[in-house]
Design a protein around this ligand. Structure first.
Ligand SMILES: [Zn+2]
Length: 207
């Protein structure tokens, strides 16, 4: 028996009775659309009830969905929670700048990677053999395709090249984390300002 995530939304700050009625309508609709399939139709027919967790109001859809999927009992019930609906978030210039920086760093990384690989292969194929600096194997270069050692699997490019790549990757990671932090702050602020909510009803169906 498998499980598939199922969900639907009810717009606006409606009372739970309306969510329950919508759930029952959805079950009937699923039955019409999918048939019973011996109880494995992977839809709302395969759960019995919807639990009211409407006291939980999440900052956004993603958080609400995660909570529902983490807490819904498989093939038993789905969970109904609320989340804040926000107007389109205005992105500050500093954020755009940072996004530009990330794209630039990512581009630089793939260019450097390509350059290092190309140079390694060019240099290696000018000789008959290349020595792996990790396991000291002598690798025949006539069938060399990539930079991985055929014996130990390690990358054979020089240590300094690997360091250059690692440094750049570190910068990519740092910038990415900064962007995520700012994005989360923006979302949180927008949610605090908003007084609009809607329901998410989600969980696991049997398939
Ligand atoms: Zn090796």
């Amino acid at each position: 028996m498998g499980a598939t995530n199922i969900e639907f939304e009810v717009e606006g700050d409606k009372p739970f009775q309306e969510v329950l009625a919508a759930f029952k309508r959805r079950q009937a609709q699923d039955s019409d659309d999918n048939g019973h399939q011996d109880g494995y139709s992977g839809d709302f027919q395969t759960v019995h009830s919807v639990e009211n967790h409407g006291h939980k109001v999440f900052t956004d859809y993603q958080e609400a969905q995660k909570y529902c999927l983490d807490n819904a009992e498989k093939w038993e019930s789905v969970i109904a929670v609320k989340y804040k609906v926000t107007d389109k978030i205005k992105v500050p210039k500093s954020f755009q700048k940072l996004s530009g920086k990330l794209r630039m760093l990512q581009g630089k990384y793939s260019e450097l990677l390509k350059e290092i690989e190309t140079n390694f292969l060019k240099d290696a194929t000018s000789k008959n053999f290349v020595a792996c600096r990790h396991c000291q194997s002598k690798i025949a270069t006539d069938h060399l395709r990539g930079t991985a050692c055929r014996v130990c699997g390690e990358n054979m490019v020089s240590k300094s090249s690997m360091n250059k790549l690692a440094n750049l990757l570190k910068k990519v990671g740092e910038t990415d984390r900064k962007i995520n932090t700012i994005a989360n702050e923006l979302k949180k602020k927008a949610a605090e300002k908003s007084n609009k909510t809607q329901w998410l009803i989600a969980g696991w169906g049997a398939c």
